[in-house]
Design a protein around this ligand. Structure first.
Ligand code: MG
Length: 377
């Protein structure tokens, strides 16, 4: 076989490969609106492939390995971290995207980016940083992801941030607002949203059972779990409880992905879409069937009440929030030089409160604990 000729970013060979494998309504590298700072095309990587690589190599991505998803590292080493959750989302999203013949490089980039703005201690950390900012603005992990890749990451001497393709920035911006006017988000972006819900609904329940916050009989009150249980028991008899739990999580994900695929494919066939513009004019197309959406919403509500608001989780939440709050006010009173040098520019341009929040939100759980101990508060 002849080696593929070396070509430019979005160039002929990449365009040919994408045309051969992608659906007409999938986003192509050659259609990208490009990057804010002009760059020389890469000889053999397409633009979304480069975006994916930039995200994986940036420091905010590495720090996800020690950031809380729902449960802090104090409790065990079984549960998901923000990094493993991110990889699970990317895995589910790529499976859906490949079956729909969408652009997997774009999907993977969006999935790997989606939680990069999370502060230490999960949503507890997010809420307290938002509270600390007060009148100075707001903090939300989705918009922080944009700050990181547009401003805070420093990998290239000639520009701030990662200089990602516009489609990646637009996809993340949609996560902030969750609204759009005439143009729906790209299908690749919609896939990541759906995959995120499937991943956290299933895995947060799994982690909560591992910690003994929930037991299986509780979950079987929910129609979604009852149906998964029925499916598993039709395949296997007399499973040991731990094997049953694993089989149920697998079934839940597989069944939800299958449902999303079947219903989305039906919508795509009915619409007879021939371009990216066609699907964007048609609203949100990647979503579960109505009955599954209802069951997912019930599970979400259940997890909120019984896991995210469980007294042990709340006790941990209050401890971690207290330490972040104290650190915020300590750094606010201290001279700006107490922050790493790269935040001096933020203090100058956007005020010290924003710089302190950028600094604190970039910390891993471990680094936040250490910093708190070092401050002797
Ligand atoms: Mg997520």
């Amino acid at each position: 076989m002849q080696p593929e000729p070396i070509t430019n970013d979005g160039g002929e060979a990449i365009a040919q490969r994408e045309d051969a494998i992608l659906a007409p309504y999938a986003m192509r590298s050659a259609q990208s609106a490009g990057r804010v700072h002009l760059e020389t095309p890469h000889p053999y990587r397409g633009c979304f492939q480069r975006d994916r690589d930039r995200i994986v190599h940036c420091s905010a991505f590495r720090r996800l390995s020690d950031k809380t998803q729902v449960f802090t590292g104090k409790l065990s080493d079984y549960h998901r971290t923000r990094l493993t959750h991110t990889l699970e989302v990317a895995s589910i999203a790529r499976s859906i995207g490949r079956a729909l013949r969408l652009n997997e490089d774009l999907i993977e980039s969006l999935a790997l980016l989606h939680d990069i703005g999370h502060p230490p201690y999960g949503h507890a950390g997010e809420d307290v940083l938002n509270e600390c900012l007060g009148d100075e603005g707001f903090f939300c992990h989705n918009s922080q992801a944009l700050r990181i890749v547009e401003k805070l990451e420093r990998r290239y001497p000639e520009m701030p941030g990662l200089n990602l393709s516009q489609e990646i920035l637009d996809g993340q911006a949609y996560r902030v607002s969750k609204t759009f006017k005439d143009k729906a988000p790209l299908l690749e972006s919609q896939v990541v949203d759906v995959a995120d819900s499937i991943a956290y609904n299933s895995h947060d329940a799994d982690d909560a059972m591992e910690f003994g916050l929930l037991d299986l009989d509780d979950l079987l009150e929910l129609p979604l779990w009852r149906e998964a249980d029925r499916r598993v028991r039709s395949k296997f008899k007399n499973l040991h409880p731990s094997a049953l739990r694993g089989a149920l999580i697998h079934e839940l994900i597989d069944w939800q992905v299958g449902d999303v695929l079947t219903t989305t494919m039906e919508r795509l066939e009915q619409g007879n879409f021939q371009s990216v513009a066609d699907v964007q004019a048609a609203g949100v197309l990647v979503k579960p069937s109505d009955p599954l959406a209802k069951q997912q919403a019930e599970l979400k509500k259940y997890l909120y009440k019984n896991v995210y608001r469980h007294k042990e989780v709340i006790a941990e939440r209050e401890l971690t929030q207290g330490s972040l709050r104290e650190m915020f006010y300590t750094f606010m009173k201290a001279s700006p030089e107490k922050l790493p040098e790269k935040f001096a520019e933020v203090t100058k341009e956007e005020g010290h409160a924003r710089a302190v929040v950028d600094y604190l939100s970039g910390m891993t759980d471990r680094f936040a604990l250490q910093t708190y101990a070092d401050l002797h508060l």
